[in-house]
Design a binder for this molecule. Structure first.
Ligand code: NAD
Ligand code: TYD
Length: 363
């Protein structure tokens, strides 16, 4: 079968990547979608059961740090476009093991850039290297006054906010963003970079706040809130992120950066209360049933106080806006995890259970 484009999506077996792969496979039968993933603890092919037999879908198990393999994949599938999501993505893990983050996020991105550059041989027409990054590279914002309602401050991250990463995770993502821009500026590679706020939705590995807490509420386990729970994050439903990636991949200005966010700031403790209320309601528990699970624990080292992203450029230039209100998105998300307990059980056994026990045994 002849395809009009061959798109390499890295990290497609992870949380956001699986939504991007699904969207592209279903929406563009004329493209061949090559999902390349190392299947680390965070990668799970069960996330893509519904499209695994699609005629325009191929899975390749490989490590992006393996430069020879990246060159071979570029050649074998004659790749025209790269959407690069593969990464180590959890801040707490980066605090424990920064080397793995530098290896995958920095060296892996460089290996992919160089393989694409060699394959394209300076013929950039119709080519795209799109790197998915995070708002965490911009550092942390202040709260104007702790008791004010959202938005909690008058400052937001824009595309020109200077990079000030604080965690090993955000430092590694910042470094990879710089390499992508350097390939544009030095070699003329048609690159795009986007920096998105916190995502939530189905298929997120349950070490991140929302799926971890939904699972713990269901099982009556403590909810480890870092510090006082006053840190603020901007939350976006993952399918809306995938929609933004589609729009930017096709219509974004080459060499440019776009911020993606939900204009949806929440303090952690308020999110936790919404999760408790929603899980209790859906399980038929009385109001307040799980409130006692909230457990304040030692704060995360270097914990960024507030992230808030201004995505008005993306709205103005490319017409993208989030499609879901947070209340709808969170209810869909809670329902999905409650309905997919098997998916959670399969990944929360074994190695992950040991990691989790060790992580929280001191709290
Ligand atoms: P995830 O941890 O759920 O998935 C990462 C995927 O990358 C996994 O499938 C894993 O197997 C794969 N991977 C890891 N190392 C690899 C390697 N060396 N070679 C090949 N594959 C490898 O992450 P996510 O939350 O889906 O994030 C995806 C991307 O989006 C990341 O680049 C992350 O920095 C970025 N991002 C995430 C968020 C968020 O809220 N989750 C927000 C903004 C940006
Ligand atoms: P997380 O989902 O890890 O995303 P990120 O660190 O990339 O923002 O955490 C979201 C927020 O929730 C962050 O402020 C840390 C906090 N948090 C807790 O309070 N307890 C937890 O167990 C976890 C995982 C996160």
């Amino acid at each position: 079968m002849k395809f009009c484009k061959n798109i390499l999506i890295t990290g497609g077996a992870g949380f956001i990547g699986s939504h991007v792969v699904r969207l592209f496979v279903n929406k563009y039968p004329e493209y061949r979608i090559v999902n390349l993933d190392a299947l680390t603890y965070a990668g799970n092919l069960a996330n893509l059961k519904d499209i695994e037999n699609a005629p325009n879908y191929v899975f390749v198990k490989a490590d992006i740090c393996d430069f020879d393999k990246m060159c071979a994949v570029m050649k074998e599938y004659d790749i025209d476009g790269v959407i690069h999501l593969a990464a180590e993505s959890h801040v707490d893990r980066s605090i424990k093991d920064p080397f793995t983050f530098a290896r995958t996020n920095v060296m892996g991105t460089l290996s992919l850039l160089q393989a694409a550059r060699q394959h394209w041989g300076g013929q950039w027409s119709g080519k795209r290297f799109y790197h998915i990054s995070t708002d965490e590279v911009y550092g942390a914002l202040e709260l104007d006054a702790p008791e004010e309602p959202a938005p909690y401050g008058s400052c937001f991250f824009t595309e020109s906010t200077p990079y000030t990463p604080h965690s090993p995770y955000s430092a590694s993502k910042a470094s990879s963003d710089h390499f992508v821009r350097a390939y544009h500026d030095t070699y003329g590679m048609p690159t795009l970079v986007t920096n998105c706020s916190n995502n939530y939705g189905p298929y997120q590995f349950p070490e991140k706040l929302i799926p971890l807490f939904i699972n713990n509420i269901r099982h009556g386990k403590p909810l480890p809130v870092y510090g006082k729970g006053e840190n603020v994050r901007d939350w976006l439903y993952v399918v809306d992120h995938a929609r933004a990636i589609d729009v930017i991949f096709h219509n974004g200005q080459v060499g440019d950066t776009y911020n993606i966010g939900g204009f949806n700031e929440w303090k952690n403790i308020d999110i936790v209360k919404v999760l408790i209320k929603t899980v209790d309601k859906l399980l038929g528990n009385p109001v307040g049933h799980s409130d006692h699970l909230i457990t304040y624990v030692t704060d995360r080292a270097g914990h960024d106080l507030r992230y808030a992203i201004d995505s008005s450029k993306l709205h103005r230039e490319l017409g993208w806006a989030p499609s879901l209100q947070f209340e709808e998105g969170i209810e869909l998300t809670v329902r999905w995890y409650l309905d997919n307990q098997d998916w959670l059980d399969n990944i929360t056994s074994g190695e992950y259970e040991k990691y989790y026990e060790e992580m929280y045994s001191k709290s």
